[in-house]
Design a protein around this ligand. Sequence first.
Ligand code: CP
Ligand code: NVA
Length: 304
Amino acid sequence: MTQKQPRHFLTLQDLSKAELQTLINRAIELKKMQHAHELHAYFEGYTLGMIFEKASTRTRLSFEVGMSQFGGHAVFLSPKDTQLGRGEPLEDSARVISSMVDAVMIRTFEHEKIETFARYSSKPVINGLTDAYHPCQLLADVMTFVEKRGSIQGKKVVWIGDGNNMCHSYINAAERFDFNLVIAAPSGYEPDPDLLAKHADRCELVQDFEEAVKGAHLISTDVWTSMGQEEESAKRLKDFSGFQVTESVLDKADTEVLLMHCLPAHRGEEVNLSVLDDPRSVVFEQAQNRLHAQKALLELLLKS
Ligand code: CP
Ligand code: NVA
């Protein structure tokens, strides 16, 4: 008997455009249910394994709370106190862990690691951030935009800063959700050229972000030094100076512009001290929406 292949969520491209639209609408519905204290314990007895090789506040909390609101359970696994940190092969770990849980969320370094884990996992694997992508964050970002402004299709989105994992997921999102993306990154910090070339019809790379933000409906940014790049931080501070998002940057955009940041933020670096508190900033609702968007994702994967 051949075993059913699990659905994974390693990048946004693992879900169809129609599935993503349904997921966003379902996330908004689940949020209303949760805020009304309507019980939705659809996954009693289900367990999510969560492997964190990097720090996290939002991702861990949202998956753990999400599973508990579904009547299920989440188990936190860190390489520090499991055999994952003592060299047990990933292929073996994937087979063992997935045999006892219903889905596995992984936050790690190289994207290839999560791909290997997924190949050997008998249950759905969710990317909770790799060096290359952060697709769960994009579910929350798009959900937040849709809640505040309606469909993101055809809108102008501007990414300011590092061509990092978040930027890559924005490129993927531009294709999946059909919006136009302008990326303003300093020289030497551009996103993966192959990924950019693949989506060149809707993604544009510029250096002058003051010009780029004109007419923007959404501006998004992220830290200049991502987890794992701490040794480069002094150089990055210098190279990114001038790429700070301030109120006057937002003033150049569309009057209805929203500001997003996946958080954690470094106030005084990629954002000034006050812009995250500007009425155009939606960062805290964006963070809360991680919970609702990932519950919709869990529902989709656990039911498939
Ligand atoms: N945005 C995000 O993923 O936050 P954490 O690193 O706190 O999980
Ligand atoms: N680019 C950041 C995102 C953190 C949520 C990092 O990888 O550290």
